[in-house]
Design a protein around this ligand. Structure first.
Ligand SMILES: [Zn+2]
Length: 392
């Protein structure tokens, strides 16, 4: 890349997005990721960009003013402010508006770096709050950084943005924000909505009347493993990106698809996550002029999964791929052991799980092939692609 390399947005202030108590969305996952990436040398010589909180004008791109007011007031209010706030999933916390605005500012800064041409790739590891809706908090997400960044890109020189969401949960908030906008292609691969919150993300959700085919959903059966996940991904995503021709690829890289994740039931591995990031990078290079904005997302196996998987994400964005056989540095293990003496900590950067897969061949062979068939038949004709031809 001719630019100043990939941009990494990070500041410890982002740890202020803390839902408190024993809420699963614990910011320690980010702290341990950065610590592991540093220990491995992944961030050596990399300038970390410090974000500013997103302004109200930027938040209003995808949120209602009445909702912003509720988020601001909630920590001081003795009454129920509504808007999904104050629930078990979305508890009110101190400085909630400021902390969430900083997460949005982080992803926005990544988008601005790409739009200015200073960087082809940028990563906002604290971002990925894909469930937040126009007027309500949802699924641990207060403001939708992904949607704000995409909206900003559309007003700053980009006419076609592709969003690929590999979190185990449906990327419902981003889909909703652009459901009627033909300039944004949203593709979400997730555990089947009949078996997992939020209960949306069916194949039949295809986009509004003026945007048919620009919402794409790939609902996967529980216990899907890496090879089948990648078989489905490869049978759907590359062709659609090739047909849509985005100018930038935005990805939500949640890692709650992992077999050990406590909140969901897909059976992916750290090795599978690493393979996904490498695939996304190749797709950005091939179909989006190399422009790739990556965010974090879900992931609740705080010690054994998130730090390793997102270190691979950072490394992939920076073209510093880490060997899955590499040892987890002792200094990281010591630090984590200090806080969690009895934790079963990983010793290598991968899990030795197979990620190789046989490409979809156009007929029903494995459990995900029926999903692949249904998605392709629903979506591909809307993009001039042949759903039954595996070459498309
Ligand atoms: Zn999730």
């Amino acid at each position: 890349m001719g630019e100043r390399g990939a941009a990494v947005v990070w500041d410890s202030g982002l740890l202020g997005y803390d839902l408190g108590g024993d809420h699963p969305f614990n910011p320690v996952r980010l702290e341990l990721t950065i610590r592991l990436a540093r220990a491995l040398g992944v961030l050596e010589g990399v300038e970390l960009l410090v974000p500013e909180p997103a302004s109200e004008d930027e938040l209003l791109r995808v949120h209602d003013l009445s909702y912003l007011t509720a988020v601001r007031e909630a920590p001081m209010a003795s009454w129920d402010v509504g808007h999904g706030l104050g629930t078990d999933d979305n508890p009110v916390f101190d400085r909630m508006h400021e902390a969430t605005s900083l997460v949005v500012g982080s992803t926005l800064l990544a988008a601005q770096r790409i739009a200015s041409g200073e960087s082809k790739r940028a990563v906002s590891i604290a971002g990925g709050l894909h469930h937040a809706m126009r007027d309500r908090a949802s699924g641990f997400c207060v403001y939708n950084d992904c949607a704000v960044a995409i909206s900003w890109l559309l007003d700053n020189g980009f006419d076609r943005v592709a969003y690929v969401d590999v979190d185990v949960h449906h990327g419902d908030g981003v889909q909703a924000a652009f459901y009627d906008d033909p300039r944004v292609l949203t593709i979400s691969l997730h555990q089947h909505p009949v078996t997992l919150w939020p209960g949306t993300g069916f194949v039949t959700e295809l986009g509004g009347r003026q945007a048919q085919g620009t919402a794409v959903n790939v609902p996967l059966p529980p216990r899907t493993r890496d090879p089948d996940w990648h078989r489905a991904f490869t049978a759907v995503v590359p062709s659609l990106l090739g047909a849509f021709k985005p100018q930038v690829l935005v990805t939500q890289c949640g890692v709650d698809t992992h077999e050990e994740d406590p909140l969901a039931d897909l059976s992916l591995s750290v090795d599978g996550h690493r393979a996904t990031y490498r695939a996304l990078r190749a797709l950005a290079d091939e179909h989006a002029g190399g422009r790739w904005l990556a965010t974090g997302g879900g992931g609740y196996a705080l010690l054994r999964v998130v730090p390793r998987s997102w270190t691979h994400l950072l490394a992939t964005v920076l073209d510093r791929d880490v060997d899955p056989a590499a040892a987890v540095p002792a200094e990281w293990t010591r630090a984590v052991r200090h806080a969690a003496p009895n934790a079963d900590l990983p010793t290598t950067m991968g899990e030795g799980k197979p990620t190789a897969f046989a490409p979809w061949g156009g007929v029903l062979e494995t459990p995900v092939d029926a999903v692949v068939r249904d998605v392709r038949r629903a979506v591909f004709p809307l993009h001039g692609l042949d759903p039954d031809d595996p070459r498309d």
